[in-house]
Write a protein that binds this ligand. Structure first.
Ligand SMILES: Cc1cc2nc3c(=O)[nH]c(=O)nc-3n(C[C@H](O)[C@H](O)[C@H](O)COP(=O)(O)OP(=O)(O)OC[C@H]3O[C@@H](n4cnc5c(N)ncnc54)[C@H](O)[C@@H]3O)c2cc1C
Length: 256
């Protein structure tokens, strides 16, 4: 689960080409509410333990508490200055390494994309680092067996029913479910729960410290700018003179 800033409030550091994550409170990335709900529903039907992992700065802790209130059993925050400046490659490498450290697992569920970075790359990249099958754009989880998971994936032009062997990774869309609202007692319980914080050193047995953060990133933002739409320019024209002016403008701009 990615703790993401409220996109209505967050500021963008145009000079450095990054989202200024300190400018707004971090909350659960809206797509990840559906990932958490999917995991909790699977736990409720076939059993298991749901662990939420986030790579984010320390002020993401309330978002992890929210995930616990929504039914997750364990929350791990990967937080270290050495993770800063990660592109999607370094982010997914770090997340995959933390998953390796946790040991055996059956299913990883991600959101389809984040509301700020919006690449949709992290889920499939985590699966590639772990060498497991992945299915993206999952709109329905039909069956979770002991050996495989069967899902419906929206390919844009058609829906595919796909079966993947476990362990596997799914990226879910907002269509997959309606996330529950946490109950007051669960919110209270989550306020006191432990959030485990792992640094780069905690992962040093499962990763290469040179592949983290900016150093481990294969891409750099070289320029960033707001894609503002240019407003329309109005011209007042009158009578025959006006019609001549319109014809002149249309032909000079190649419309006629
Ligand atoms: C070139 C480049 C440079 C960047 N530099 C910086 C920088 O300096 N500082 C900075 O803060 N950001 C930076 N970013 C943004 C950072 O790479 C992304 O926040 C991060 O890689 C996740 O990518 P995304 O938001 O596109 O996630 P997506 O791929 O759209 O997310 C898909 C799903 O993956 C999971 N996921 C994604 N990110 C996380 C996470 N962190 N923890 C847990 N689960 C996650 C979630 O389930 C999410 O729904 C940079 C991005 C690029 C492309």
């Amino acid at each position: 689960m990615k703790p993401a800033p409220d996109v209505e409030k967050v500021r963008f550091d145009v000079r450095r080409g990054i989202v200024d994550r300190s400018s707004a409170k971090l909350e659960i990335n809206p797509f990840d509410l559906h990932a958490i709900e999917a995991a909790v529903r699977i736990k409720e039907s076939v059993g298991g333990i749901v662990t939420v992992i986030s790579m984010a700065p320390p002020h993401a802790e309330p978002a992890l508490r929210d995930a616990l209130a929504r039914g997750a059993d364990r929350a791990i925050l990967l937080s270290d200055r050495r993770f800063a400046g990660s592109d999607t490659l370094a982010t997914s490498y770090t997340l995959a390494s933390a998953i390796k450290k946790l040991g055996e697992f059956d299913l990883i569920i991600c959101g389809e994309k984040s509301v700020d970075g919006d690449t949709g790359q992290v889920g499939p990249e985590v699966a590639e680092f772990l060498g497991i099958p992945h299915v993206s754009y999952v709109t329905e989880i039909k069956e979770v067996g002991s050996e495989s998971v069967t899902v419906v994936s929206d390919f844009g032009v058609a829906y595919y029913s796909v079966r993947a062997e476990l362990p596997a990774l799914l990226s879910v869309t907002k269509e997959v479910n309606v996330p529950r609202k946490p109950k007051f007692k669960d919110l209270m319980k989550a306020r006191k729960a432990e959030i485990e914080v792992w640094s780069a050193d905690d992962l040093k047995n499962v990763l290469d410290l040179n592949r983290l953060g900016l150093e481990g990133s294969a891409t750099r933002v070289v320029k960033a700018y707001y894609a503002l739409e240019k407003g329309r320019e109005g011209i007042k024209v009158k009578g025959n003179e006006g019609i001549r002016k319109i014809i002149e403008l249309l032909s000079s701009s190649g419309v006629i």
